[in-house]
Design a protein around this ligand. Sequence first.
Ligand SMILES: [Zn+2]
Length: 281
Amino acid sequence: MKWQTTQQLKQLLCHLVEYPSISGTEAEVLLAQYITEQLCTLDYFRGNNKFVQLHPTGDGRYFVTALVKKAEQVRDTVILISHFDVVDVQDYGAWKDAAFSPEKLTERFYEQKQQLPSDVQADMEEGEWLFGRGVMDMKCGLALHMSLIEQACQGKFEGNLLLLTVPDEEVSSVGMRAAVPILVEMAEKYGLTYRLVLNSEPMFTRYPGDKANYIYTGSIGKVLPGFYCYGKETHVGEPFAGLNANFMAAQIANELEFNTDFCEVFSGEVSPPPTNLLQTD
Ligand SMILES: [Zn+2]
């Protein structure tokens, strides 16, 4: 077994993180290939290599599926979903060059601990941490899924396991949107009944300082509204002759920000209110 012990999983995770797979970059493509190659090293897939597939998303990128079928007649299937792209590393500042080298970065963080925020320092004193872009979101989840696939290959589970890992989650979900019709196709082709989708994204605190660990169930929707704010140009010396489109956009941001009217409430659970991630003129 190659992806089971803590040490093995850490090593796999570091290899995944070493690909700087920022959405839209060459490394995002290379990582999809690497994941496929790694899965193909498992004995089960050597004999069934059509069960590991690199699928085109239609824009030069790829998503990966790996299916472990328990037996021909077994239909029940759990899908393991993850994404392998990450956001860029500008926010690492002086540590940017080490963002994709978790062991090196972690060493540097421990050496320069006094430069980090106090809550991070407190965390670091408490336990063992591994820092780096994509370690938590969400290559550790992908590593765990690969380890489950390895167990499934050994016959560990009752049903089938289908790993699906996609690019572009951090931008426009090109990977997941391309994957949906393929999931439908695979269900027909291999006689699969999808029973559960297990997403290994990290969990989040509900408020600053929240120490609870959460498992999320159900799903959450996503709405992408567009607002067209059309102003009227004028000279800065004659502001009253124009209408400022930035000001109009600011009014919309003001209406939306933390507005609980946009929270969804279901069974006593409340979705987080909207907050604006990016605004430009
Ligand atoms: Zn994520």
